[in-house]
Design a binder for this molecule. Sequence first.
Ligand code: NAD
Length: 284
Amino acid sequence: MQLIDGKSLSQKVQSSVQAEVEKLKQEKNIVPGLAVVIVGDDPASHAYVSMKEKACKSVGFYSIAHKMPETITQDEIIQIITMMNNNPHIHGILVQLPLPPHIDTNKILEVIDPKKDVDGFHAYNVGRMVTNLDSFVACTPLGVMKMFQEYNIDLQGKDVVVVGASNIVGKPMAALLLNANATVTVTHIYTKDLASHTRNADIIIVGVGKPNLITEDMVKDGAIVIDIGINRLDNGKLVGDVDFENVSPKCSYITPVPGGVGPMTIAMLLSNTLKATKQFGEDI
Ligand code: NAD
């Protein structure tokens, strides 16, 4: 069994982003700028935003966080995003999800200028990604693809089961795998017999949010397991969706939690923001 080390790969990506930022500053006097919009006081969302801000700072980005109260109206959020769309110092805009129930998330995401949509959630970018055109791709699935590339894991013809089908994790993950010529099965809460799918998979990618959802009996010998889930147990421990202790001995490769997909998500956000900065002013 080999661990896929997301932490060290993310550091490698960050170093290369940092070097490019330095070059952009020296040669063109441009500093990549990322605006983050966060609504309400969910501690997990605030923790993610502060990790993102810290990462931006470490590579030399300019970053600004718009922290809004839970009571903010949809129109007020739209006004802030419009301001950021028009701000030439901001190259990337990210709205931290989830938003409170009185806000229409899809409506908010559609207001972001697709050229600044570094989370890749705008329908314009999703459509381009599905048709295999250049686009901003959601950071978590993009980070998983980067891991496959780094570890020379060939996806062509592989049977891949994606567990979880959200717009931000499972669906874009499935589209990227299909673009890489894998045979993809997408499973979700209404899937009748999850184990019957995972047991035959060469690769299992799980992003659900349920500790120990994937157990030893659901994984074939030699499978590759990518754990996107992040769960905080009552004892404070951070775990994924996979029973790591019992599943890992069966795997050829597996990602740990923490230290797997999580750091890659942040690294891909930096890399997408750099891409948006370089493309700034170009027509798309
Ligand atoms: P979500 O709640 O929007 O979607 C969960 C998906 O899991 C749904 O498609 C649902 O149908 C499916 N599901 C629920 N129970 C299931 C079951 N018993 N069997 C099979 N499928 C089931 O969640 P999300 O935003 O997609 O996040 C999923 C997980 O990934 C969470 O733990 C989240 O914290 C984590 N996450 C991690 C990163 C990262 O950087 N590592 C990024 C985003 C999300």
